[in-house]
Design a protein around this ligand. Structure first.
Ligand SMILES: Cc1ncc(C[n+]2csc(CCOP(=O)(O)OP(=O)(O)O)c2C)c(N)n1
Ligand SMILES: [Mg+2]
Length: 345
């Protein structure tokens, strides 16, 4: 892909790259564009009646691409939640795996039996999740505890969740446990100001999740969740601290959910179009595209080519997945228990 070595724009915006190479910056933009393309494919397929359900993550691209770049593949463990399509893609999930999940085909990572966008891959260090809000947090703290017990250095767990999850008991228990045992874990809150139809103001009386870290005895950091490089830096610092025995950190990325909660939700029933339109002005995807072009990391032509490549990849993955078979009833219990288990026998 063509890259440009020197900036030619007159008013180049301030740009702190925090040690990221051109290649890493382009990879982050690719993840963000892929997330957006695959996500809109999920909504299209649902509206065509081809898949039952998809969740939305528009507005979360920057935090997820930044966090994925801070993740060490092959050693760290990611415990995501359902809105983390970009984070999953950023650590190595493929377009084919996403489409197989949406179509619930037998070749899906879970054999076509999980909720859409719920991935698990031992190879990627991607922990299985459930849709139960905050249920992943004790699992993540447990994984971090295991790393510590086994005296494995240079590894950490990255667990993500929304603002709504912070009202659940498991959230408090997990932070408390992690701080007491100085576990190698980073708690990343993707604060999008909504929990389906519940606004942040009805979730907590003060809107800064990161301030709660003090109550558990760990550092709390807030970051602009619309800035992928700032998110990378905040999560990379926290992960490095965790990997080197410094204990847990709570990172809060302030972002926004641009779409309805899922394909089953209609956000017009609880928030105004004016609010959403206003927040759209701060869309992180075109902003990062512009930043990379204005700073000479990529040409406008190279960005257009990247988008064409991603659309082709998405179209081909869609056709391949749609042509695949559904799981067979006899495979219902495969990959669920360690040994062959057939409860009907
Ligand atoms: C324990 C539990 N309660 C309620 C639900 C229904 N539910 C699904 S998503 C959601 C909102 C969660 O909001 P937040 O944690 O802010 O994450 P976001 O979806 O905004 O990213 C709720 C209430 C659930 N899945 N689990
Ligand atoms: Mg939320």
């Amino acid at each position: 892909m063509a890259t440009k070595s020197s900036a030619s724009a007159k008013h180049v915006p301030a740009f702190e790259r925090h040690g990221l190479s051109d290649e890493q910056l382009v990879s982050m933009l690719r993840t963000m564009l892929m997330q957006r393309t695959l996500e809109s494919r999920g909504f299209q397929l649902n509206r065509q009646g081809k898949i039952p359900f998809a969740s939305a993550s528009e507005g979360h691209e920057a935090v997820q691409a930044g966090a994925a770049m801070a993740f060490h593949r092959g050693s760290d463990i990611l415990v995501p939640y359902y809105r983390d399509l970009g984070l999953d893609l950023g650590i190595g999930l493929s377009a084919d795996e996403v489409l197989l999940s949406l179509f619930a085909r037998a070749g899906d990572l879970s054999g076509g039996r999980q909720f859409p966008h719920h991935y698990a891959s031992r190879e990627l260090g991607l922990h299985s999740i459930s849709s139960v809000i905050a249920a992943q947090l004790p699992h993540a703290a447990g994984a971090a505890y295991a790393i510590k017990l086994r005296k494995q250095t240079g590894r950490a767990v990255l667990v993500t969740f929304g603002d709504g999850a912070t009202s659940e008991g498991e959230w408090h228990e997990s932070l408390n446990f992690a701080a007491i045992h100085a576990l190698p874990i980073v708690f990343l809150c993707e604060n999008n100001e909504w929990a389906i139809s519940t606004p942040l103001s009805k979730q907590m009386a003060q809107p800064d999740v990161h301030k709660r870290a003090a109550g558990y005895g760990m550092p709390g950091v807030a970051v602009d969740g619309m800035n992928p490089v700032a998110c990378y830096k905040a999560v990379a610092d926290a992960m490095e601290r965790a990997r080197s025995g410094g204990g847990p950190t709570l990172v809060e990325a302030k972002c926004y959910r641009f779409l309805s909660h899922t394909t089953d939700d209609d956000d017009r029933t609880y928030r105004s179009r004016e609010e959403v339109d206003e927040r759209r002005k701060n869309d992180p995807v075109p902003a990062f595209e512009r930043l990379l072009i204005e700073n000479g990391v990529l040409t406008a032509d190279a960005v257009a080519e990247l988008k064409r490549e991603i659309l082709t990849e998405t179209n081909e993955a869609t056709d391949r997945a749609e042509a695949m078979p559904y799981p067979l009833p006899r495979d219902l219990y495969s990959k669920v228990y360690a040994d062959t288990y057939e409860p009907w026998r």
